[in-house]
Structures are given as structure tokens and as C-alpha cells.
Write a protein that binds this ligand. Structure first.
Ligand code: NAP
Length: 250
């Protein structure tokens, strides 16, 4: 039959945008994509030095790279970002919506501003970036989108209800796009990690020994591996892949 299921052959040479790629999970995904033969656009909001270091890692892997500062919660900034990537690397074939914030708030100290900011950065950003990349993906009848959700989309989580809502919304967005784009060769999936060791979830907050059956936090590289697995699979769409060290099995 001769079906070639090599992930690398399908992704090699593709232009990828990873939002929030200056640190943590986004950085690991950007580097893994470069290792798989992709050219990578590294988006960040404020930490330009970290973004430069990730770009150096991508270049060291022999791939083309561009760095784009943009607040992905802002429509105008997302349009400008897409245009900048288009002229630097070409149109975007693969989008990873990873940028996110985790404001730790209880029921009583959560403000309207916190709520609005969380929904804008974690959820609206994925809509804006998806809308920006779709015209090219639809024209070529090929595209891959992965949304970095969280165990908090379905579980209790420890950040706050605004964060739960933003990530549950992201999974709704994932299914909505997936169902409408499957016939056009574009897959849209979510990867939902929990308790990954990054600036957002340091060991001091994670309480891994007590909370995680595997006894440790996850690593950003493990989330990157799952993301590459999803991106490399042409038949999976509208799904959420969980990584949580055995904390739940939904
Ligand atoms: P992190 O270490 O705090 O890094 C966040 C990244 O997002 C940084 O690159 C940051 O850029 C960028 N960013 C934040 N707001 C942005 C904005 N408005 N526009 C553009 N970029 C923005 O976080 P992380 O732990 O790697 O988390 C990455 C994603 O995984 C998030 O969506 C998070 O919700 C999700 N997640 C994380 C965990 C976990 O345990 N760590 C678990 C489940 C889900 P700057 O460096 O410029 O600030």
C-alpha cells in the first residue's frame, strides 16, 4: 500500500507560527518543530531576549526563523504579525496557539478586568490567529492547528474559574473549527497538559508529590512531543489529547 506515515516528511519545510514561544511550553514546541524540519515564527509579548535565544536554537538546527513581537489578544497586532511572517518566511501552514496567562485568583478577588484579560489572551487570541492563517490554509487545502488547552478545561484546576472558562472555550473553538474545516484538509486539535514545570507552574506551586500519580511535574519537551504527534497525524481532528501524569482519565 505504501502509505508513508513519517511525521517528519509531512511537516518538513512547513512554515509554523508558535504563539508565546519565548518561554516554557511554546519554546519547547518551537524547537521541536525546527528539529522536525520546519521554519518557525517565534511570537512573544515582552521578553525579547528570551525570544532571541529560542531563535538561535532554531537557527542552530538549520531552519529559517523570524521573531515577532505581538500581543495576540489584539486584532491589529495579530494582522501585523501574520503580514510580517508572510514576508519573512512565507504564509503560515501550521499554527500552534500556545500563548496564555494564569492569573491566580479566588472567587472573591477575581475582578472583571482579570476575567476580560484572561478570556482575551487565552481564548480570543486563538480565534484571531486562526482567522489570520485560514485563507492560506484553505487555498492550499492543507493546514494544521493545535490549541494548547489545559486540564483545567474539564477538571477543577488550581488557577481560577476564569482560567477554567478560557480553556473550556478554547476546546469549544477547537471542535467548532475542526468540524467546519475537515473537508478542506485542515485539522484542528487541542493538547491539554497539566502541571508542566514552567514559569507559570513552578515546582513551589505544583505540589507534584501529592497531586500527580507519576510523582513529578511534566516537562515542556513532553508537551512538545505530544504536539508534534498531533501535527503529524492527518486523520485526527477535533480531539483533545491530555498529558497529566495520571491525575485524570477523561
Ligand atoms: P509561561 O512559561 O508563562 O510562558 C507564557 C508564554 O506566553 C511566554 O512566551 C509569553 O511571552 C507568552 N504570552 C503571554 N501573553 C501573551 C500575549 N498576550 N501575547 C503574546 N504572547 C504572550 O507559560 P507556559 O507554562 O509555557 O504555558 C504555555 C501555555 O500552556 C499557556 O496557554 C498555558 O495556559 C498552557 N498550560 C500550561 C500548563 C503548565 O502547567 N505550565 C498547564 C496547562 C496549560 P513573554 O515571554 O514575552 O512574556
Amino acid at each position: 500500500m505504501g502509505h508513508n506515515l513519517s511525521t517528519v516528511s509531512d511537516l518538513a519545510g512547513r512554515v509554523c507560527l508558535v504563539t508565546g514561544a519565548s518561554r516554557g511550553i511554546g519554546r519547547a514546541i518551537a524547537v521541536a518543530l525546527a528539529a522536525a524540519g520546519c521554519d518557525v515564527a517565534i511570537n512573544y509579548r515582552s521578553r525579547s531576549e528570551e525570544a532571541e535565544r529560542v531563535a538561535a536554537q532554531v537557527k542552530a538546527l538549520g531552519r529559517r526563523v523570524t521573531i515577532v513581537q505581538a500581543d495576540v489578544a489584539e486584532a491589529a497586532a495579530v494582522s501585523a504579525m501574520a503580514a510580517q511572517i508572510n514576508s519573512a518566511l512565507g504564509p503560515i501552514d501550521v499554527l500552534v496557539n500556545n500563548a496564555g496567562i494564569a492569573l491566580r485568583r479566588g472567587i472573591d478577588d477575581l475582578t472583571e478586568a482579570d476575567f476580560d484579560e484572561t478570556i482575551a489572551v487565552n481564548l480570543k487570541s486563538a480565534f484571531l490567529c486562526t482567522q489570520a492563517v485560514l485563507p492560506h490554509m484553505r487555498a492550499q487545502k492543507w493546514g494544521r492547528i493545535v490549541n494548547i488547552s489545559s486540564g483545567a478545561a474539564r477538571g477543577a484546576g488550581s488557577i481560577g474559574l476564569h482560567y477554567n472558562a478560557s480553556k473550556a472555550g478554547m476546546e469549544g473553538l477547537t471542535r467548532g473549527y475542526a468540524s467546519r474545516l475537515a473537508r478542506e484538509g485542515i485539522t484542528v486539535n487541542a493538547v491539554a497538559p497539566s502541571l508542566i514545570e514552567t514559569d507559570m507552574m513552578p515546582a513551589s506551586e505544583a505540589n507534584a508529590g501529592a497531586r500527580i500519580p507519576l510523582g513529578r511535574q511534566g516537562r515542556p519537551e513532553e508537551v512538545a512531543q505530544a504536539t508534534l504527534m498531533v501535527l503529524g497525524n492527518a486523520y485526527m481532528t477535533g480531539q483533545t489529547v491530555h498529558l497529566n501524569g495520571g491525575t485524570s482519565f477523561d
